[in-house]
Design a protein around this ligand. Structure first.
Ligand code: SF4
Length: 255
């Protein structure tokens, strides 16, 4: 497997600004398979990337974060797609060390501390799944959020993981055009106004003129789960006040 220097990655990232997703994915597969994975949230806008990648490399590992907070519609849709396209789907779960904590605080954790909840249920499981893999394909686009607007097509992380964002320059219209042209199905909640779909407690439908991701963590300042921010480089998180309550709760049980 070739090893690229940061300078070579910068150069390639600049060249890929003018390349199709198919060309970028083909390069990634030629250089990194079988040590490469992609992640998917199995919403309507995820399908074009799934379709392109699985068409180029059908055996690719596809990571799905099964947080325990998903809409049933998403889980059923995921199963249908995995069967229809024979996907090499791998579900990721929170670390077992969080089981008791989750039992105690899980019901309202998304409201009380969504960053902690995302770290436990998304960031840490993805970090563990990707440990040891050199390359990770994601479906982020520049037109989704301000954070994503600053992303690059190839991003070499501190731990050596190469993040590959082949759809970065596609717009929502491009994604939808590809989906329609290739007759890909639609998540059952999309026609009900859910244009970006994550976990149920943190997702609301949006109006026709609102941003695609306006229904994610609506009413808070949070716009990202942490997979595509600096949080992904964190090895641990401060559990603060909730952890304090948890320790008191544990001591209470042991009395
Ligand atoms: S999106 Fe919401 S429910 Fe899902 S992990 Fe993050 S905070 Fe928790």
């Amino acid at each position: 497997m070739p090893i690229f220097t940061p300078g070579q990655i910068d150069l390639l990232a600049a060249q890929f600004e003018h390349s199709s997703p198919q060309k970028i994915i083909t390069w990634a597969v030629e250089n990194f398979s079988p040590e490469i994975a992609m992640s998917s949230s199995f919403q309507t806008q995820s399908l074009p990337l799934l379709h392109i990648v699985a068409g180029i490399y059908p055996a690719i590992k596809i990571f799905f974060l099964d947080t325990g907070y998903h809409f049933w519609d998403t889980l059923i849709f995921r199963e249908q797609l995995a069967w229809q396209y024979n996907l090499n789907l791998i579900d990721l779960y929170r670390d077992t060390s969080w089981i008791v904590f989750q039992q105690r605080f899980g019901r309202d954790l998304p409201q009380r501390d969504p960053n902690l909840c995302c770290f436990i249920n998304k960031v840490q499981p993805m970090q563990k799944a990707l440990a040891g893999l050199p390359a990770w394909i994601t479906g982020i686009r520049r037109d989704q959020t301000k954070t994503r607007a600053a992303a690059r097509i190839l991003e070499l992380q501190d731990d050596g993981l190469l993040k590959i964002n082949p759809l970065l320059n596609w717009t929502r219209k491009d994604v939808e055009a590809y989906r329609i042209a290739n007759r890909l199905p639609e998540h059952p909640l999309s026609p009900k106004g859910y244009r970006s779909i994550g976990c149920a407690p943190c997702t609301k439908p949006v109006g026709a003129n609102e941003d695609e991701r306006a229904g994610r963590w609506a009413g808070t300042r949070k716009t990202e789960c942490g997979l595509h921010t600096e949080m992904f480089q964190q090895k641990d998180i401060d559990t603060g006040e909730i952890q304090h309550q948890f320790i008191l709760h544990e001591l209470e049980i042991k009395k």
